[in-house]
Design a binder for this molecule. Structure first.
Ligand code: NI
Length: 171
């Protein structure tokens, strides 16, 4: 089922998500809904809190731009190693119509459980490395705009307020 994606400044996006303790039917259904919602948007990644579920689950598919495999499901993902620097433009389904460059690590090693409860390790670079960092941030209530410099962040907040006001006026 396609779920509604919460958008900034919804306070649900600021909450920290809890680890999944048991991979049961409700987690499998969550992952199905998240994948459907991500592909429908369309986007390259989605974290459970973006649909209002505060569990540590992310889905990623960056295969449109690279030869990496398709859908990645990561439950309780943890970055166990990070190195290098990247500064690429990012967007987010929860921050529509906005993009900005963000400082990230260029390469990460991520450990997580898959839907069968097996521990998986991904050695990621390029877009996949950025996607893992972006989606795992969501699980800690962090949006990519939280990484902007104070000045850029202030401009973003003012812009978001202006957009919210003009929406309110129906213009
Ligand atoms: Ni996002």
């Amino acid at each position: 089922m396609i779920r509604t994606i919460l958008t900034y400044p919804n306070p649900e996006l600021k909450k920290k998500s809890a680890p999944v303790t048991v991979i049961n039917d409700s987690v499998r259904e969550l992952v199905r809904d998240m994948s459907e919602t991500m592909y429908h948007a369309p986007g390259v990644g989605l974290a459970a809190p973006q649909i209002g579920v505060h569990q540590r689950v992310i889905v990623i598919d960056v295969s449109g731009s690279d030869e990496v495999p398709g859908l990645i499901v990561a439950i309780n993902p943890v970055i166990v190693h990070a190195e290098g620097e990247a500064y690429e433009e990012e967007g987010c389904l929860s921050v529509p119509k906005y993009a900005a460059n963000v400082r990230r690590h260029a390469r990460v090693v991520v450990k997580a459980l898959d839907l069968e409860g097996r521990e998986c390790t991904w050695r990621a670079d390029e877009l996949l490395a950025i996607a893992f960092q972006h989606e795992i941030d969501h699980l800690d209530g962090i949006l990519f705009v939280d990484h902007l410099s104070p000045l850029k962040r202030e401009l973003f907040i003012r812009r978001a307020r202006r957009l919210a006001e003009s929406d309110g006026e129906g213009s």
